[in-house]
Design a protein around this ligand. Structure first.
Ligand SMILES: [Zn+2]
Length: 102
């Protein structure tokens, strides 16, 4: 029985980020998650979760209509949340998300 080598310490070259980061599903840029809007698939469907506290699978997008549009256009939102979203669902969701950005 051999002992496993210890994991390499993360942070080679990068400053050690204390803030958790998430990838925007629209433009795929990683940002601290408090700069992104969480969208959650909860028990009652898919909704924006501006406080990031709702239970369920979440996806993150910039508070930028271009990122939202891109996430929807590419199907990235449905994929990230592992859910089927009809065009109607997406239109409703987009409206809800854009309201959160105002
Ligand atoms: Zn983005």
């Amino acid at each position: 029985m051999r002992t496993r080598p210890s994991r390499p310490v993360p942070g080679n070259g990068k400053p050690s980020a204390r803030k958790p980061e998430r990838t925007c599903i629209g433009c795929r840029v990683r940002r601290p998650k408090d700069e992104l809007l969480r969208v959650v698939r909860g028990p009652s469907g898919v909704h924006p979760d501006p406080r990031g506290k709702a239970p369920g699978r979440g996806a993150y997008v910039h508070r930028d209509p271009r990122c939202v549009r891109e996430a929807i256009r590419r199907g990235a939102l449905a994929r990230a949340l592992r859910v089927d979203l009809s065009p109607d669902d997406l239109a409703t969701l987009r409206g809800e998300i854009e309201r959160e950005m105002e």
